[in-house]
Design a protein around this ligand. Structure first.
Ligand SMILES: NC(=O)c1ccc[n+]([C@@H]2O[C@H](COP(=O)([O-])OP(=O)(O)OC[C@H]3O[C@@H](n4cnc5c(N)ncnc54)[C@H](OP(=O)(O)O)[C@@H]3O)[C@@H](O)[C@H]2O)c1
Length: 328
């Protein structure tokens, strides 16, 4: 079978990790890379043995030998980059958070559906073998009805107003960068909440730096936090009427689970991921492309859109507005 031909748009941190995973994949080849700066594209291309290196993202979008583009820019640029690539006839895998806001997400999803191209939020967490196991355990009712989810993604990042996470011009803040993981875990298991309660601490650049979020359901709740100001183990618990699952640190790239069924001894289980972990989401993308599917059932576009709407609502409560947005 022909290899899936990838183009990489941007050459930052996560682009390096994805290049490694694509390099490791038996189903893929990286045919092109683009950067705002030709020297960066050349250096990246040298490292990963990529034949075509472009200055500017438009040239990548126009390359007829690229099947799918992986977008690895800051959230603030995802909308523009997706529009560029989808309009040029490419399938797209776009990093999380999918866009800065729901309006942008809706426009990209509509364009992909209208043109019939594959589009997915690169929520790699959902594709790990341990996450697949969790979905199976829940389906098998091993822990009963889920009543509570607890998940936190906090780490201490030294303050730098120019850094992607602190810079509102790059759609910074803990919610879009970190909070998306506990939120996506929650909606994967419980769907969307009937009510939200939250509190955020807003820093000197105007973005949220420490967020607590309660998602309330008829018979369940999720208690979530995210921050770039404090260190905390990045673990998660899914607690049900018959037991609980602990997802050990790091819950969004999990390898260890504890299954505790009431009245039984806890079971510690290992689910090693392949390579650097990104290959599992690539396997999903390749399977979808080969099957002619334009959306993933594991990370559906409707859910991506609703998550963006949920995060819009939280930011509106907190008064976090990115440049160019109209305050709600
Ligand atoms: N799935 C995951 O595990 C994971 C992990 C980390 C980050 N992410 C997501 O991936 C995206 C990128 O994160 P990152 O950590 O790789 O960021 P990064 O290291 O800052 O890289 C972002 C890249 O985007 C390009 N870019 C275009 N316009 C830019 C601008 N105005 N300012 C800065 N960079 C600009 C640059 O590439 P060129 O100069 O080459 O054009 C830059 O190197 C974010 O959406 C983030 O949430 C995902």
């Amino acid at each position: 079978m022909r290899l899936v031909r990838w183009g990489i748009l941007a050459t930052g941190n996560i682009a390096q990790d994805m290049a490694q995973a694509l390099y490791d994949s038996a189903d893929a080849e990286i045919v092109a890379v683009a950067s705002r700066n030709l020297a960066k594209a050349e250096a990246f291309g040298e490292t990963w043995n990529i034949p075509r290196r472009y200055e500017g993202y438009a040239a990548l979008a126009q390359d007829p030998d690229v099947d799918i583009v992986y977008i690895a820019t800051p959230h603030s640029h995802h909308h523009e980059n997706m529009q560029l690539c989808l309009s040029a006839g490419k399938h797209v895998l776009c990093e999380k958070a999918f866009t800065s806001n729901a309006r942008q997400a809706a426009e990209c999803i509509a364009l992909a559906r209208q043109k019939g191209f594959f589009l997915m939020e690169a929520m790699w967490m959902r594709f790990f073998p341990a996450m697949q196991t969790i979905r199976e355990w829940l389906q098998e009712d091993l822990i009963g009805d889920v009543r509570l989810i607890q998940a936190d993604f906090c780490f201490d990042l030294p303050f730098d107003p120019e850094h992607r996470l602190y810079n509102p011009a790059l759609s910074g803040g803990a919610l879009l960068d970190l909070g998306i993981y506990p939120l996506s875990l929650t909606t994967m298991i419980l769907g969307f909440p009937q009510q939200l309660r939250s509190h955020a601490q807003i820093g000197q650049t105007g973005v949220d730096e420490l967020d607590s979020i309660i998602c309330a359901y008829q018979n369940a709740q999720a208690s979530l936090s995210c921050s770039m100001r404090i260190n905390k183990p990045r673990e998660a618990f899914i607690l049900g009427t018959k037991g609980y699952i602990k997802i050990h640190d790091i819950f969004f790239s999990p390898e260890q689970l504890t299954l505790q069924m009431n009245g039984q001894a806890p079971q510690l289980k290992h689910y090693p991921f392949a390579g650097n972990g990104y290959i599992h989401e690539l396997e999903e993308v390749h399977a979808c492309l080969r099957a002619g599917k334009t959306e993933s059932e594991i990370m559906p576009l409707d859910e991506t859109l609703k998550l963006m709407e949920l995060m819009d609502g939280l930011r509106a409560e907190w008064g976090v507005v990115f440049p160019g947005e109209i305050p709600k």
